[in-house]
Design a binder for this molecule. Structure first.
Ligand SMILES: Cc1cc2nc3c(=O)[nH]c(=O)nc-3n(C[C@H](O)[C@H](O)[C@H](O)COP(=O)(O)OP(=O)(O)OC[C@H]3O[C@@H](n4cnc5c(N)ncnc54)[C@H](O)[C@@H]3O)c2cc1C
Length: 428
């Protein structure tokens, strides 16, 4: 099942060396302190440092240790609720504005990588969104046919009989192609933006946990594991790792583990048979599987959720492999070389959120789709901290909800996963 050199860590970490450690002392005073050095924090830092603010980014672990180097590297428009769901809640204009933010985030990510010359295997390969039953195929077909004017995404359907041109499996009932979605090497992308933040003049300190934030008349005093730093402005960029440092935000995000494996190299002919078009792939299940070839097309990177409660990569690896073999029985004897997990941040309305809470700037809650959106909202929250009008987004106008009795520990996770699994097993 596991290769002899199996690693319980992201495959991406083999491809990108750890980001440069800076041996700098904690400064006493900065203009902007950013807590969390993933895509959100670093894109915010690029803005504030380029805006001539003395910027410090700290991370409790190695910069990038969170989701930003653990994800599946699938870049999409990231908005989970449909236009019509949003229209019912917020009206037509807001639904349009939110979906436009999704399109903007995808565009921003591609443009940034190209314009800044980042070397991170970004490729607009398109997504095959597979229907796991016939009812879901019909639903996808309807959505593809009736797109909202101004929000067209170029999607088109692939019927089950033609499925093998996209994916070498009989496990699905056809699916939709989203041609603008892209793949990226997530750790290489992180390394690239970290370099840009340093180049812009930001200071980045790893293994420096923020432990307490005190508000005073001059701004904030933040106690960290390396001493106290004073800051005029503080940006919280902790997403699925948001903890008791910011209890109000902790009550608004739901950390949920997502699990991934990488296979050993599978050989060119088999890869060409299983994933001929190099697409990123997801399916219509509520408890979704997502997968893709590695950037060199040697391995399959396969992710999803395999247990009701949280698990660990040694246990989740074989379960994911089992699910992978339901789709591609040809991989039964292919071993797992890497298995890992990370915490995504869900929210009660399945939308991401950005704004200022109790004087603290924040952007988080990407609901498992943050490769594009985290960078985009990181850039926006950096602009907001600079006081720039263009930093405003439609998410700023939406209440960041919590629920009574929820303190940050999702006790309802196991029953919810069970419920969604039941839904997935029905042809609805
Ligand atoms: C397994 C997995 C697969 C995924 N796949 C995809 C995908 O294919 N496509 C997609 O769009 N999205 C995907 N995502 C989601 C995406 O990776 C995230 O939305 C995105 O990386 C969030 O970036 P971030 O910078 O906000 O948070 P993170 O990268 O998680 O960074 C948060 C950081 O905050 C730090 N921190 C927390 N508390 C403190 C503190 N008190 N002091 C200092 N530092 C602190 C943490 O150490 C962490 O490094 C996936 C996520 C996971 C876990």
């Amino acid at each position: 099942m596991f290769t002899h050199d199996f690693k319980e860590q992201p495959y991406w970490w083999d491809r990108s060396a750890s980001p440069t450690e800076q041996d700098t002392e904690l400064p006493k005073k900065v203009d902007v302190l950013i807590i969390g050095a993933g895509y959100t924090g670093l894109h915010a830092a690029i803005q504030t440092a380029r805006g001539s603010r003395k910027t410090l980014v700290i991370d409790a672990e190695q910069a990038g240790w969170g989701c930003s180097t653990r994800n599946g590297g699938q870049v999409s428009t990231s908005i989970k609720p449909s236009f019509f769901e949003l229209e019912k809640k917020y009206g037509k204009d807001m639904a349009f504005a939110i979906h436009t933010e999704g399109k903007n985030s995808l565009q921003f990510t591609g443009d940034f990588i190209r314009d800044e010359g980042l070397d991170c295997s970004y490729d607009v390969v398109g997504r095959f969104h597979a229907a796991h039953n016939s009812a879901q195929y019909e639903k996808l077909a309807k959505a593809t046919e009736h797109q909202v004017p101004g929000l067209e995404n170029g999607a088109y359907m692939i019927p089950r009989l033609e499925q093998h041109s996209e994916l070498g499996t009989n496990a699905y009932f056809g699916g939709a192609i989203f041609p603008k979605h892209a793949s990226v090497d997530p750790a290489a992308y992180h390394k690239g933006i970290l370099g840009k933040a340093l180049e812009a003049g930001a200071n980045i300190i790893s293994n420096c946990a923020a432990e307490n934030i005190d508000r005073n008349k001059n701004g904030f005093s933040v106690k960290t594991s390396k001493g106290i730093v004073h800051a005029d402005k503080v940006i919280i960029a902790t997403n699925g790792y948001t903890g008791s440092l910011t209890p109000r935000l902790q009550r608004r995000v739901i950390p949920i583990g997502s699990y991934v494996i990488a296979t050993e190299p599978v050989g060119k002919n088999l890869m060409d048979q299983l994933m001929p078009k190099n697409r990123i792939v997801s399916d219509t299940r509520k408890v979704v599987y997502y997968y893709r070839p590695s950037p060199d097309r040697s391995r399959i990177i396969f992710g999803g959720r395999v247990s009701l409660g949280e698990s660990n990569p040694r246990l989740s690896g074989p379960k994911l492999h089992n699910s992978l073999c339901h789709i591609f029985p040809e991989l039964e004897n292919t071993k797992i070389s890497h298995s890992w997990m990370g915490y995504v941040a869900f929210t009660f309305d399945t939308l991401m959120h950005i704004g200022v809470d109790d004087g603290l700037y924040y952007a988080m809650g990407y609901c498992g789709s943050g490769v594009g959106m985290a960078g985009y909202l990181g850039m926006k929250i950096g602009q907001q901290a600079l006081g720039l009008e263009q930093g405003q987004t439609s998410f700023n106008e939406i209440k960041f909800q919590t629920r009574p009795l929820y303190t940050g520990k999702p006790w309802f996770l196991a029953p919810s996963v069970m419920y969604y699994r039941c839904i997935d097993s029905l042809n609805i």
